[in-house]
Write a protein that binds this ligand. Structure first.
Ligand code: XMP
Length: 320
């Protein structure tokens, strides 16, 4: 049982020095690896690891082919400004091959987990002889996995999986007692720029969590383009998280005077404190209209745009 540190209880400076000490103790004079996705959690872990280990930490950005537009280069540049070197590992072909033909949400999550931890990381850790992998699992990930709602792709111990046995390396999880609000506070305390600690959450399975049905390169490209529009238009809201989701069902539309049996994009925009519950943001109709117009204009093949007005629960934040 992991003991929660609530935002009220969190003493940022004390938390940072305690975690830095624990990371040092775990790694000793060896090396550690961590995967940076540019999301809030992995960014905070990267800075904690960097503070604890300096050159003994190797940070990689795994390009799964499921990231947002320009994300790998952007994240690497942000961390370069902070003095943290990040290597990009191109694993696009491997992830897309693992996802081919899969439509079941849990099967897709499992394929991503296996590719990430066994294939890609298994190889990197083995080659580098690192002692452990630092990762940004947070308490909400565990809650939902244990409750059987969603198998968060990075939760193992709670499922009875021993990473040492399954993948051949040890996993250190410095943020395991925190929820998102606490992680942001620690990020700020570590001197991350607001763009990183205040970023909207983005899931480990990346855009695959937002493609209903099979994840193909073309379908990822569609949701990626829709994501550009949604993030551009909703950036100025104070919403907790917003996203575009590509549906599997097609609907009849018309384009250039002809029938176009096209694709449907669903927009979600959530108000939430810690992702455990969420309500849809009351967006102005003008904003919704702009979302629809720009998606229809900029994303080929889309003929329908909807806005989700369900709450979590029973919905979840992501679609997969
Ligand atoms: P759900 O969809 O479960 O999402 O309501 C709750 C929060 O967690 C994020 N999320 C994930 N984060 N790995 C992650 O690191 C995952 O597999 C994953 N699935 C969902 C989601 O974006 C939301 O903020």
């Amino acid at each position: 049982m992991v003991k929660e540190i609530t935002i009220q209880e969190l003493n940022t400076e004390q938390f940072i020095s305690e975690q830095v000490r624990q990371i040092k103790d775990a790694v000793k004079d060896g090396t550690a690896i961590n995967a940076l996705s540019g999301g809030v959690d992995s960014s905070v872990v990267t800075m904690l690891g960097h503070r604890a280990l300096g050159k003994q930490l190797r940070t990689v950005f795994v390009d799964t082919g499921l990231m947002r537009q320009g994300e790998p280069e952007h994240v690497v540049a942000l961390f370069a400004d902070l003095g943290v070197p990040v290597e990009i590992v191109d694993a696009r072909a491997e992830f897309l091959a693992a996802l081919k033909g899969l439509t079941d949400p849990e099967a897709k999550r499992e394929a991503i987990t296996q590719t990430f931890y066994s294939s890609v990381f298994g190889r990197i850790v083995k080659e580098s002889k690192a002692r452990c992998l630092l990762q940004g699992t947070i308490l909400t990930d565990i809650d939902e996995t244990v409750a059987g709602i969603k198998r968060q792709h990075n939760v193992f111990a709670q499922l009875g999986i021993d990473p040492q046995e399954a993948f051949g390396y040890h996993i250190v999880e410095p943020l395991i007692q925190l929820r998102k609000d606490g992680v942001r506070k620690v990020g700020e305390g570590l001197g991350l720029p607001a763009e990183l600690f205040d970023r909207i959450p983005f899931p480990g399975p990346a855009l695959a969590a937002r493609v209903i049905g099979e994840v193909t390169p073309e379908r990822v490209e569609t949701v990626r383009k829709a994501t550009v529009v949604v993030e551009r238009i909703l950036r100025t809201t104070s919403a907790f998280q917003y996203m575009a989701i590509l549906h599997e069902d097609r609907v009849t539309g018309m384009r250039d005077g002809r029938r176009d049996f096209g694709q449907q994009v669903e927009v979600r925009c959530w108000d939430s404190v810690d992702a455990r519950t969420a309500t849809p943001t009351e967006l102005a109709f003008e904003t919704l209209r702009k979302l629809a117009a720009d998606i229809l204009q900029e994303v080929p093949g889309v003929v329908s745009v909807t806005y989700n007005i369900a709450t979590k629960p029973p919905s979840t934040i992501e679609a997969i």
